[in-house]
Ligand binder design. Structure first.
Ligand code: S3P
Length: 235
């Protein structure tokens, strides 16, 4: 091994991120076409942790495609199954987990992600999404007369919720590796900021009576970070 190689490995940003993750998952959220699966796969490869695609897991659990699930069982049943599958997958960290575009709309799923992961909104402009969405025809929500109008409406409804994610990274038409770099460095900066906050704040005894108070302090801590974020930043 070349001299200094061990040191290099220990100080790589990727190592800092995987160490900080512990058992938590990096959870990618955002609209259809934002690149959650393709970028997620690359982030996992870079960090040397598994990649899991929630939609693929749902299809496997149901024994049918997402399109068939919508057609045969309806959206409500799909959503219930989606929440169950994601709750189960979150037990399997550390990993990178790509969620389907609607998953983060479910409040219970957001709470589960906050407890077991770091959420990252892959945010993309309408035109970027539209270009990518045109390449695929297997998204039941976009099988409408005017997929563009449907997409705009979904973005209006969903973007305020996606913005609750711990981190936001712009997904755009650049090399995937550039976005992977940004995700790694955002995760690192986020972690460093939290560590400073943890050191600065007074210790709250988290015994049986105070556990909720302690959780509340931590929650407020995280909320202060971007104004709204629910707590997902426990050590
Ligand atoms: C959906 C997004 C899809 C899939 C399903 C519903 C949505 O996943 O879960 O078609 O509600 O936005 P992708 O975001 O991976 O396309």
């Amino acid at each position: 091994m070349p001299q200094g190689a061990t040191h290099d490995l220990a100080t790589r940003p990727e190592t800092a991120v995987t160490t900080a993750l512990g058992q938590r998952s990096i959870v990618l959220v955002g609209m259809m076409g934002s690149g959650k699966s393709s970028i997620g796969r690359r982030v996992a490869l870079r960090l040397g942790i598994p990649f899991v695609d929630a939609d693929a897991e749902i299809e496997q659990a149901a024994g049918m495609s997402i399109s068939d699930l919508f057609a045969v069982r309806g959206e409500a049943e799909f959503r219930a199954g989606e929440a169950r599958v994601i709750a189960r997958l979150l037990e399997g960290g550390p990993q990178v987990l790509a969620t389907g575009g609607g998953a983060f709309m479910n409040a219970d799923t957001r709470t589960a992600i906050a407890a077991k992961g770091i959420s990252i909104w892959l945010k993309a402009e309408f035109e970027v999404l539209m270009r990518r969405i045109r390449r695929r025809h297997d998204r039941p929500l976009l099988k409408t007369e005017d997929p563009g109008a449907t997409l705009r409406k979904l973005m209006e409804q969903r973007d305020p919720i996606y913005s609750l994610a711990d981190l936001t990274v712009e997904s755009r038409d650049v090399l995937h590796d550039k976005i992977v770099d940004e995700i790694v460095s955002e995760c690192r900066a986020w972690r460093a900021q939290l560590r400073r906050r943890h050191r600065a704040r007074p210790t709250v005894f988290a015994g049986p009576k105070n556990r909720h108070a302690a959780a509340g302090v931590q929650g407020r801590d995280c909320q202060r970070r971007n104004g709204r974020t629910p707590p997902s930043c426990g050590d």
